[in-house]
Design a protein around this ligand. Structure first.
Ligand code: BJW
Length: 228
């Protein structure tokens, strides 16, 4: 039986900020210039698919020009040390954890480099733009949409995450404002099952009072210091 502690790490946009990926709710964040409901709901996509596609096309193009930072790489080292005893859950749709060396990332809000078909539910890797949007390779219908979880949709892998939270000895939240549920409730879920809880964020998050311990500063400093 494994003797290492079971750890669940939840990351948000703040972990990718030092790579040059904008966060959502900070000044200069992604919502600046966009109303959330205009770009991140299924209703917005039904009404204005081209506007929504342009928003994700721009982020996909920007992602190609950024690199993982020391916080992503530190979490990859933690996975090397802990193996299956680490569950890394990210709300981020970028691929910087993977490029930083993590191999088992749980993308609860989907992935920017993927699309899924509204006709047959097939998933495909997709690195291009709206202009390149192909017919679905599985069913041939042109109903592919970004494989991301919008407001009102159910996040991915919730059963697996709930199980990991129930078994966790330690829950660590990194670079998230704690404004969006269900991720914002994970700290209480983990604590209820007896986990210690730690927040690593630039500033106190909306849920900071639920954490037993909090350290405030840049993820690129705090995460390597915590891991190593
Ligand atoms: C740094 C830093 C540095 C900066 N170093 N730190 C309960 C109560 C009320 C409402 C609800 C509720 N439950 C559900 C809802 C509705 C809704 C919701 O939460 N609304 C709220 C606004 C209140 N939730 C949903 O609709 C979700 N679905 C759902 O609940 O389904 C029902 C269900 C759930 C479970 C089981 C069964 C049924 C879906 C939410 C989907 C969110 N989607 C988005 C878009 C994804 C695609 C995309 O990327 O475009 O996800 S919204 C956006 O917010 C994105 C993010 O993942 C998410 C969280 O943002 P994040 O990562 O926290 O970023 P920021 O910008 O907010 O914060 C960054 C932080 O980093 C800041 O604190 C900075 O200080 C810090 N920082 N630089 C360290 N260098």
């Amino acid at each position: 039986m494994s003797m290492s502690p079971k750890i669940v790490v939840l990351t948000g946009a703040g972990i990718s900020a030092e790579s040059g990926v904008p966060t959502f709710r900070d000044a200069d964040g992604l919502w600046e210039g966009h109303r959330v409901e205009d770009v991140a709901t299924p209703e917005a996509y039904d009404l204005q698919p081209i506007t929504v596609h342009r928003f994700y096309d721009a982020r996909r193009a920007a992602l190609a020009a950024v690199e993982p930072n020391p916080a992503h790489r530190a979490l990859a080292r933690l996975e090397d040390a802990l193996g299956d005893d680490l569950t890394l859950v990210t709300q981020n749709i970028d691929d910087l954890h993977e490029r930083g060396g993590s191999r088992r990332v749980v993308h609860m809000h989907g992935e920017l480099l993927a699309a899924w078909c509204r006709a047959c539910s097939a998933r495909v890797r997709w690195t291009g733009e709206l202009a390149d949007l192909p017919p679905c390779p599985a069913c041939g219908v042109t109903e592919l949409r970004p494989d991301v979880v919008w407001f009102g949709e159910v996040p991915y892998h919730m059963d697996r995450i709930a199980m990991a939270l129930a078994e966790a000895d330690l829950f660590v939240s990194i670079g998230t404002s704690g404004a969006v549920y269900p991720a914002a409730g994970f700290v209480q879920q983990a604590a209820r099952y007896g986990a210690r809880t730690l927040e690593l964020n630039l500033e106190p998050s909306e849920g900071t009072m639920w954490f037993r311990e909090a350290r405030h500063g840049r993820a690129g400093d705090l995460v390597p210091a915590w891991v190593d």
